[in-house]
Write a protein that binds this ligand. Sequence first.
Ligand code: UD1
Length: 362
Amino acid sequence: MIITVVGARPNFVKAAPIHRAFGAAGVQHEICHTGQHYDDAMAKVFFEDLGMPKPIVDLGVGSGTHAEQTAAAMVGLERFFAARRPRAILVVGDVNSTLAAAIVAAKMGLYAAHVEAGLRSGDWTMPEEVNRVVTDTIVDLLLTPSEDADRNLLAEGCAPETIVRVGNVMIDALQQHLPAARRLGVPARLGLAPQQYAVMTLHRPSNVDDPCVLARILDAVAEIAHRLPVVFPVHPRTQTQAAAMGLGRRLEDTPGLIAMPPLGYLEFLSLTAEARLVLTDSGGLQEETTVLGIPCLTLRENTERPITITDGTNTLVGSDPATIIREANRALDLQPDAPHRVPDLWDGQTSPRIVKAVLERI
Ligand code: UD1
């Protein structure tokens, strides 16, 4: 049996095409969920939308400090791997569950592959950067999405034969589900016309855990919302922090800002696919907008996905309101649907390449 470990929302989107591709190759593959994300809106709806089977196990890890969450996942995974002895373990992305699974597999001598290896922001204040670097140091196989990732790994001394560029597996999910997502018509349900609204997501601790930073971002968004409506599905972390900081009313009362609970995969894709502009601090959304050809303003000082800038639609804007507003206006003044480039191997065929690379080596 081959196991892919998932924990948080973006992991589910990467695991779904991998599960399907192993099935197509006739190989037994199961999903192990640590339970890092546990709300129906953060987990269950993604399994349903993406057509994934129920996970073979849900370790029920839940929320906590980084140490609590990572440690709880490690304890659960060690017991689970010991009972099942999988032939190989796949870890995806850069969340705490990714790190936990990679460490446990390494200590148990189990073959492990990292999907989305080699991405680097160079920003050690990001918990994900620690997770990425440690994971890539201890797994057996490094499956990368882009050439910059290969270069990062080689510069860190990884053996060339352990690096295989497979492309971006999130795009497999996007291509597969885009027609069904469009049919949902989420913008119309919200009374929004195609290309006449923006979408925003925000959940990084650096943006939402500091009241000054969050307030400044909301100032900028209030200004942009004069020009077009901004739809904002709010991550639970952001909801909790905004309420604790006394900013909850601003989410509800800002004219043109449409705040709502988190959306499932298909509903969110339905919304973004027709958007005129995206503002985000998510990693995956920088990639999805690049493929969809939608201007993306990333509310961070750096990105581990620089290819979305060089070969895509992404612009880094940080959290300074004047920069955010200026870049939003610049993007909105551009011709919509301008021709755009897509990075090599972001072609919807990454999951079969992952399966081939893993099977060749085990
Ligand atoms: C995690 C990942 C981040 C990823 C994000 C996607 C780490 C270090 N961070 O961040 O890289 O971009 O997932 O969403 O692994 N909560 C709920 N319900 C849930 C899950 C979380 O209410 O189902 C709330 C809890 O208050 C929790 C907080 O959100 O404390 C943060 O959850 P956590 O999993 O620790 O980190 P994320 O911010 O979601």
